[in-house]
Design a protein around this ligand. Sequence first.
Ligand SMILES: Nc1ncnc2c1ncn2[C@@H]1O[C@H](COP(=O)(O)OP(=O)(O)OP(=O)(O)O)[C@@H](O)[C@H]1O
Length: 272
Amino acid sequence: MSVLIEVRDLRFHYTPGVPVLKGITLDLRPGATAIVGQNGAGKSTFVRLLNGLLKPVEGEVRVGGVSTRETTVATLARTVGLVFQNPSDQLFKSRVLDEVMFGPLNLGVTADEARVRAREALAEVGLEGVEGRNPYDLGLAERKLVTVAGVLSMGTPVVILDEPTIAQDRAGVRQLGAIVERLRRAGRTVLTITHDMDFVARHFHRVLVFQEGRVLADGTAGEVFGQPELLSAAGLEAPQITRLGRELGLAETVLTSEAFVDRVRSATRFWG
Ligand SMILES: Nc1ncnc2c1ncn2[C@@H]1O[C@H](COP(=O)(O)OP(=O)(O)OP(=O)(O)O)[C@@H](O)[C@H]1O
């Protein structure tokens, strides 16, 4: 189930002379990794190169030892599931259930098995009861969750979520966080692109900071969010609770409100 993705000196442009990715080298292993960075940094382009929708101009991407140049998008889809930023790029069936069954059917499972998987995936994203609806009659948040279910139902070892929390309310964000945790515990590789730093701090252990087509930083969430100058150079800010902890002079970089309360309580006990 576990798959290694090897990215070596990856360079890409849409228009010759206008580089979008300028030489990226890294490995992606099972676990939860977030990609953050300003608009236009090349994040969505990078993940499209991981599932073979785009091919490197120079350098290489190997998924499970196989170069994306030497395989097809359909073959890679068995390994790398990508939820697009915009659900309209992904939804094309007129019934939610058919949409979510489409991936597993393409993998060659029986219709019964695909239906079971689709129902489980829809339950996991909190969308029971909409199986017969047209995805385009749902709101943006629900449409996005349908596309997440569509990838979950395929059971790929690598799951990439491009801006999953967009338009979600707190319950939706919590549900997505639980999905990330489950996939991570199951030994899958979860990769997300997001502008939601609280979501990153809570659920992602590794953070890649993209800036103008390069990786500016690659470290744990604590390491990356503990460097305000670096974040500011990339046009980003640490989560509010992390900044508050720093303002208060906490020795450790806190990533969640629970960790913040814990550290402040132990400091007060010490003073009191
Ligand atoms: N299909 C395309 N044709 C030409 N240029 C493109 C295309 N898609 C993206 N670009 C350009 O490539 C650059 C990187 O875009 P990309 O979408 O990868 O960045 P991003 O970091 O994901 O940004 P965002 O957070 O806004 O999604 C941008 O300058 C963008 O305008």
